[in-house]
Structures are given as C-alpha cells and as structure tokens.
Design a protein around this ligand. Structure first.
Ligand code: GZL
Length: 345
C-alpha cells in the first residue's frame, strides 16, 4: 500500500507541475500579445508612410474603394502602407489615427464614418505636423480646416440627379402634377455625409413637386440585410408605393428581394420604380435587364487621386481643398456590354 501511496504522490506532483507550467505559459502569451509594438515606422523606411483609416467593409462599393487605395499605396510605388478597417465604429477610426500619429506616419488618409466628433483627434494630428486627407466622406464643415484636402464624390449632386431623373421619368410616363407619386427612401448610415448629401439633393428637387409624397425615409445603414428589413416594413405599412429611392446598391438588392417576396414587381416593366446609387457591376446588370430603373454612379476609385495629392504635397505644391472623381448616371439605355466589362467594381 505504502509503495502505491509513493507512486500516487508522484503522479499528483507531476499533474500539479504541468498545470502550473501551462498556466504560466498561457498567461505569458497574453502578456506579450497585449503590448502593441509601435515602432516609428517613418524612421525605418525611406518610403512615404501613409496611415489609412477605412471606415469598414459594409458594401461592395466600400470593398472597391479599399482596393483602389491598397493598389496605389504599394512598395513598388514608394509607399509604406498602414491600413486599418474600423468596422463602422468611429472610436476605432480615432484609435487608428492616434496610432498613426504615435508611429509618426508621413500622411493620414481617412474616410470618416460620420461627420461629427473628429475635431480633437484632427487637432492632435495637426500638432504632430501630419497632414490629413479625407477620402470619400467628409467631416463637418467646421472641422474641414484641419484637413489639407478631400477626394470623393458630390453626394448632394447625386441626390439632385436622382430627383431630375424622376422628373423626366414621370413626364415620359404621362404622370401629371395632379397625381400623387408615393415615394419611400432607404437612407445610408446615420450622420454619414454621403447619406446626408443624397437626401438633401433629392429633397431639393422633390420640394418643387407638391404631388411627390415622401411617405417615409428610414436608415438601412448601406447594407443589404438592413435594406431588405426596412423595405419589408415599408411594404407592410404602405399599400401604394410607386418609387423606392435607395441610397446604395447593397440596400437596393435587399429591397428588391423584399418587394418580390411580397409578390410585387419592380423596375422598367414593374409596378415599383427603383432609383439606386453607386452603380456597382452587379447593380448595372440589373439596370441592363430593367430591374433597376436608374443607378446614380458614385465612383470608389479614389486611390490614384489620393496618390497625386500626396505627390504634390511631397513637392511642396499647393493642393485643392476638394478633388471630385468623375461619375455618370446609368439607365437601360446606356448600360452596354462594354460598360459592364470595363466595370472593375
Ligand atoms: C458614398 C459612400 C457610401 C456608398 C456606400 O460616397 O460613402 O458608403 O454609397 C458605402 O455603398 O457604404
């Protein structure tokens, strides 16, 4: 029995030793992974160090926008790129910008997820002597003086284009100013300059037409899932919707699914007209087959423009406050095979 007891004692000691060793090992790992190594990258390379804070990956458009940035800020082009995806959270963007500042990057580029709440961190970048360039969306006007430039699209004008298209469409359909036109609007992320601009631009035109009844505007956050959910709600609430204005193609895809599941029809040959924004490839295919009546382009290819701004700054040249990328409007009449083949997003 005695021998057994000695043997059992050894087993207990062995198990305890292994357990303690494993606990220390796992704790040690946690300790080191928490320490964020933040070398001063700018002193480690003769390349231009650019910190990019992208707001998320919520839509096909955003993915293309990211690709346009990552395809330009490459080693071959003389850049050292630090890229952060904020997953739609402003606090993640602020953290990323602070990290770029502490790493002493040469330039900061960011697409502000919303307009407000940037003054403090932009002042920190200014005090650190790091030029900040906005991409795609804008911060509120009062804070724009803290950024050296902006590259993007004119969202208010995009909204106006949508309104003007609807004016022409109703004229062609023989709809008089005496007949009510019932409209619902799916808006993008609350507080995003692109959503605000599109709403403003469309409203500017809508206010000229007393018979245009905007039944409801509701946020669907630029995503397909939310677009379907919000549209399904509209269909339950309103029996007579004539037009859907959807502020990006991802929400449009969801909305069309909801409309079809409700047994209704869409587009050129359907009951409900669809006005969309972005003009990504998959949406243009739906314009070509008449599912979407019109798609107002919003060009995500902004990387080249950003690189040109940085090149000018590197040479000490003055840069403009705003650089607008070119964009079009697509209907069944101008979405050709060639347009579809050329579309890289
Ligand atoms: C537009 C951009 C919008 C796109 C959406 O400038 O901010 O964000 O329209 C994207 O697809 O999510």
């Amino acid at each position: 029995m005695r021998t057994n007891w000695k043997h059992n004692e050894l087993i207990v000691i062995f198990i305890l030793t292994v357990t303690i060793f494993l606990a220390v090992f796992v704790w040690g790992l946690g300790l080191f992974t928490d320490i964020e190594e933040e070398p001063y990258v700018s002193e480690e390379t003769d390349r231009i160090v650019v910190g990019v804070s992208q707001l998320g990956s919520e839509s096909g458009w955003r993915t293309a926008n990211t690709e346009s940035v990552q395809s330009v800020f490459t080693t071959e082009n003389g850049y050292f790129l630090l890229f952060s995806n904020a997953r739609q959270k402003q606090e993640n963007q602020i953290k990323a910008i602070r990290s770029f500042i502490s790493q002493r990057v040469d330039y900061i580029v960011f697409a502000p997820v919303v307009e407000n709440g940037w003054r403090t961190v932009l002042q920190e970048a200014k005090e650190a002597g790091i030029p900040v360039i906005m991409m795609d969306r804008k911060v509120e006007a009062a804070d724009q003086d803290l950024c050296v430039s902006w590259v993007g699209t004119d969202s208010r004008q995009e909204g106006v284009k949508a309104g003007r298209w609807l004016e022409g469409h109703l004229r062609k359909e023989g709809v008089t100013e005496e007949e009510d036109v019932n409209i619902v609007v799916l808006t993008g992320t609350e507080g995003a300059s692109s959503a605000i601009g599109r709403s403003m631009g469309f409203a500017e035109v809508a206010h000229k037409h007393a018979n245009w009844k905007i039944l409801e505007e509701k946020c669907a956050d630029f995503t397909s899932a939310k677009g379907k959910e919000v549209m399904a709600g509209f269909l339950r609430k309103y029996s007579d919707i004539d037009v859907v204005v959807s502020q990006n193609d991802d929400m449009t895809f969801g909305a069309i699914e909801a409309i079809r599941e409700a047994g209704r029809t869409v587009g050129v040959y359907g009951e409900i007209s669809i006005i969309s924004f972005d003009a990504v490839h998959d949406a243009l295919e739906m314009v070509a087959d008449g599912t979407i009546n019109v798609d107002i382009e919003c060009n995500p290819n902004q990387g080249e423009y950003l690189s040109q701004v940085i090149s000018m700054l590197e040479k000490g040249q003055e840069v403009e406050k705003d650089y607008y990328v070119e964009e079009d409007i697509f209907t069944i009449d101008n979405v050709t095979e060639e347009v579809l083949q050329e579309r890289n997003y």
